[in-house]
Ligand binder design. Sequence first.
Ligand code: NAG
Ligand code: NAG
Ligand code: NAG
Length: 484
Amino acid sequence: MAEMIAILTFLFWITASVHADSVINKTNSRRLKSSTDEQRLYRYLMKNYDRNTRPVYNASHAVNVSVGISLTQIFDVDERNQVITTNIWLDQEWMDEKLIWDPDEYSGLSVLRVPCMSIWRPDIVLYNSADDYKDGYMEALAMVSNNGRVFWPPIVKLRSTCSIDITYFPFDDQICKLKMGSWAYDGTQVDVFRRAQPVDLSNFVGNGEWELIGVRAVRNVVYYPCCNTPFPDVTFTIHIRRRTLYYTYNVIVPCIMLSILTLAGFWMRPDSGEKVSLGLTVLLAFSVFMLLIAENMPATSSFVPLIGIYLTTTMSLTSLSVILAVMTSNINHRGLKEQHIPVWIKRLLLCLAKVFCMRLHFIENGRDLVEPDKCMKQMDSNDSGYSLMGYENGEIIHPVVNSLKRQDGVDRSDCMDEVLQKLQTLITREDEKDKNELIIKQWTEAAEVLDRLLFWLFVICTTFGSIIILVILPLFKSVHLEET
Ligand SMILES: *[C@@H]1O[C@H](CO)[C@@H](O)[C@H](O)[C@H]1NC(C)=O
Ligand SMILES: *[C@@H]1O[C@H](CO)[C@@H](O)[C@H](O)[C@H]1NC(C)=O
Ligand SMILES: *[C@@H]1O[C@H](CO)[C@@H](O)[C@H](O)[C@H]1NC(C)=O
């Protein structure tokens, strides 16, 4: 009996569950047979729709397409290939006369998202694209309103050509254009306009190298030689400015330091050969910077960048300083040839020394010693009885020898004579040596004065050159940009 009850309960349970299943399946199938509001609407809209023809009932009417961009990123500016890469949302809006419905018939559905492939789209392209047109646009859904307005904002990465003017590099501004228009339709069929808010920068992500100054949108109408019909387009002008911090730290500051090193070379002793090697080392460092910059630049001869002019100027100054170092070294060594400094040069040197607050001991004090004859004659005439320096057989006799002679009096042997002769030769030689040393020192001083003069000349040239190239010339650029 208990078994019977169990079996009956089991059977009842199975029937009940089967019944429940069938109930669910019935409602399901009822739902499956009928369609959703969106389905009905989509079917209704796509009935008799041809996505290859313009959606205007009267063919003499144009489809007005409004174009705008949301600039999200400046991805890259390639100076070498003159290409700028940007990420944008290309907002396009137009009226489709076939996509009109009454929202009340579809539970108040007033905006429908449809795959863009199923409706007509204007063939808006970037005229100045640097890419092949293989990729096409992202297949984003299009938003269709019940009054026929279609809004389609695909995300695109545009690689566009942009004539990059690096004259003022690294203080340059660049103006890049994005020309958007219908490729095949002319203005009578698809007319292109700016959107009410053509440029949206609310989603813009900054770039480390470039600062975005602004974006403008302008509508142009162009007549091409092919056809008599107008071709309208919307041109977006992107104005960007290079951030100079990187180049200031990595190029300009080291260049200024190298210029200072060049100046330091003039303070080295004129007889040290290191002057030339310092100059050459600085030149080498400059050429390394030259290479660094050349890597970034387009290989063009139409512009010479400002930084290039600066480097060339400082390099020329450094080369000149090497040549001048050789010259001063030559002047310094002239003393070894026992040449006297001409009098007019001495006067000039003394004048210059006064200007630079230098003291020329050897040139000032050595004036008498260089002309010994006069000096001796003076001494001779001053002294009446006792002569410091005399003449014997037309020879100059040193006062010491002379005095020895006097002390010895009349009795002097040949031996003594010989000793005196030797002594005199020695003393004369010593004098000669002193004189030569003096000449060498005078030339060294002359070289030092020349070095100081060149130092100040270089300080002036370097300072003015740097200020003109790095400060004043970039100012002209900004004025020039504002005018355009
Ligand atoms: C109900 O539908 C489910 C699947 O949805 C199926 O497995 C089940 O067999 C159906 N039941 C009946 C009674 O048709
Ligand atoms: C089409 O539009 C033009 C200009 O608006 C108008 O002259 C013409 O009558 C229209 N054609 C039809 C069939 O409505
Ligand atoms: C398109 O724009 C032109 C000029 O603004 C206007 O005359 C025309 O009516 C517009 N067409 C549509 C379909 O809105």
